[in-house]
Write a protein that binds this ligand. Sequence first.
Ligand code: BGC
Length: 440
Amino acid sequence: MKGYVILISVVAALGGLLFGFDTAVISGTINFIQPYFGLSEAGLGWTVSSLLFGCIAGVFLAGKAGDHYGRKKVLMVAALLFFISAVGSASAHSLVFFLVARILGGLAVGVASILSPMYIAELAPAKYRGTLVSLNQLAIVIGILVAFFSNYLLVDTGVNNWRWMLLVMAAPAVLLFFSLFLVPESPRWLVARGRNDDALNVLVKTSGKEFAAAELKEIEETLKNQEESTFSDLLAPKIKPLLFIGIILAVFQQITGINTIMYYAPKIFANVGQSNDSALFQTILIGGTNLIFTLVAMVLIDRLGRKLLIIIGSTGMMLMLAGLSALYFTNQTSGVLVLVFILGYIAFFAASLGPALWVVAAELFPNRLRSKGMSIAIVSLWIACTVVTIVFPVMLEKLSGGITFLIFALICLANLLYVLKYVPETKGKTLEELEKQFAK
Ligand code: BGC
């Protein structure tokens, strides 16, 4: 049973891996596609963020199509889209073609960002759900690291290097597509389609014979309630504050600047005068740090709690960004300290806001409103991500690194103050206990 559940989670987490890969792979290509397509800084911002517009649409699509056709089938479509996007963007000779291919990839990322964790949550036995859903964030981070690593390996392959970098994604896309044949449809979705016998079969395999019938009953109960919920229920007086917390935290996860590093690190390193080779090597250090500190977060998150973790994390992020800004102001950007501050910043993010946002977003809402509340929060995340991605290259050019990173440091401070005042601690309680606590 355990092996089966782990297989299911790993297959679904492949969606997270592609999410991470596809969003981060662009960083290694920017110093080559910018001259190839003749892009200004503003044009580069739009090109890098094109994928993110797809993500926003993908989240909405995933919710609707996932309910109609099933989580598994829609994840399969996402796998195909990842494949088409990889081949399309790698073979693009015009900017428009490139943008369309990236937007299709974005649709797939948006779908995976909602359906992978949802599918795992719906198939995992309650006892392991937290850990198994965290696997998805781990997969995102591994995807980012794989992208950085393969970019580094491919940088010396000539003028078409950026094409190879983008094409790599076709491999995990094929793997995701075929491995989805090995896993069952979500029992929760099967029940919603009236296929209770099929659902029971799946539950027997994931939770064991003795628990399957009881679980089936529970699913029937939750679904009964879920069907009655609408988006406007999120505006009920008891729920609205939770919705705000979800949205604001998701926005802070992005506007504290994580993806200025994840998507633009080589640009920052080039900006301080380093070669492409060493810049791409440094992104591997960034991806590795991100991975290690995500594991640290997975150990700490149930012990210290989400809130304390975010408080420590945003304080650290703020100090690191302030340090980075100071290096620019004092013209000391040529040394190793730039890398030290960037790695420190990544470590604090990965150990806190990175995974904690996804955990809190999944915990805040009552059972019957979870998917609706979460999808609003995650759409806000992608919108914030898009805005930061568009404006960052322009900020770096027009305001200089000193002011740019100072602004992000101040946003970390705002995040810290917000979390201290408004975000509740959710560790150690069952979702139902939280539901009661928030309803008071
Ligand atoms: C964020 C992504 C980010 C990644 C970095 C995720 O939690 O949502 O935007 O690229 O962490 O590890």
